[in-house]
Ligand binder design. Sequence first.
Ligand SMILES: *Cc1c(COP(=O)(O)O)cnc(C)c1O
Length: 381
Amino acid sequence: MPSQIPIDAFSSRLGIDLDAIRANYRAIAQRIAPARCGAVVKANAYGLGVAMVGPALCREGCRTFFVAQLCEGEPLARVVGGDSEIFILNGIDPGSEALCVERGFLPVLNSTTQVERWRTLARATDRPLPAALQVDSGMSRLGLPPAAAIDLASDPAFAREVDLRLLMTHLACADEPARPANAEQLARFRAVHAHFPGVPASVANSGGTFLGAEFHGDLARPGVALFGVDPGPLAEGLRPTVRLDARVLQIRTIEAGTGVGYGLEHVAATRQRLATVAIGYADGWPRCLGGIGAAWHGGTRLPIVGRVSMDSTTIDISALSEEALHEGDFVELIGPSQSLDQVARDAGTIAYELLTQLGARHARIYLENGATQVRAPGDHR
Ligand SMILES: *Cc1c(COP(=O)(O)O)cnc(C)c1O
């Protein structure tokens, strides 16, 4: 068991609102009913900690989970209980078929060779093995071509060897409702699904759940929307779930002409007050925010000056009075003043990438039912 590090030993705090995650799940589940709502919790629940997020979703009634890799199934299975299904989106790597069966995980069979390896194990063990099948309806990433999937539907041996629990596909443009590709993918998928009567269908990621009822299928697979990120222009009503604050390590005043940070990339044009804050690219705070992004304090935007370092970032606090901010105080990096999406835009990336990079070093403060629980990163209890 990891030793308990007191919260004051951390210079930055990642707040994770489990109530908001539960509310987002509930909102999506209600909107898409009678379709069922699963949850994608790959990459350690998008960086927020599957050991806490998994059980919170369970308490909201979620029983179907998706991770990307077999190695992610284990920590999830430990916390969500035996009545949950865990699908492995990337399918099954050569040599890990038996392990997957033993652990009771459900691989998404994505290619003809994955299907063949699963069927080979089924014949060897003389029983049908449960799995999902993915159809490539136009994204050209993972999945069988429609014709290959239809061939399986007419193969009686396939039905004996594979206990097909889900037929799924993935949308390339779900975050862009106007793209004709969405309806085209749906039509191609439906043509395949017609050959698999009685097998539940799954099409929608977060964005897909906002495209209309025809995209809901029998089971939706939202990920990012659970964590409060708008998955496209039609999304509404999602609650933000994360905030990030970091401590001021030092405050100084510099005169005009003084350089700041690596490469002295910023040179003060006038006298400036600066604060050095305990957040850097090792914390998932993108280096490219140097000279572009900002921190916030008391409703005031505090621009980043110079390059972002590994463990610190320098901000211009000239707009604040001297009493407003002291060494040891926290400034807001993500929160009510500055959304995850805003920071991602400033960094030239998407909220998905920013979210999954956060949290290597922050104390995690989980909020649920008005109570808080503090955890070190990497604490998978
Ligand atoms: C990641 C993923 C999802 C979830 O996507 P979001 O955009 O985060 O909702 C759903 N399905 C598949 C196949 C995925 O890879």
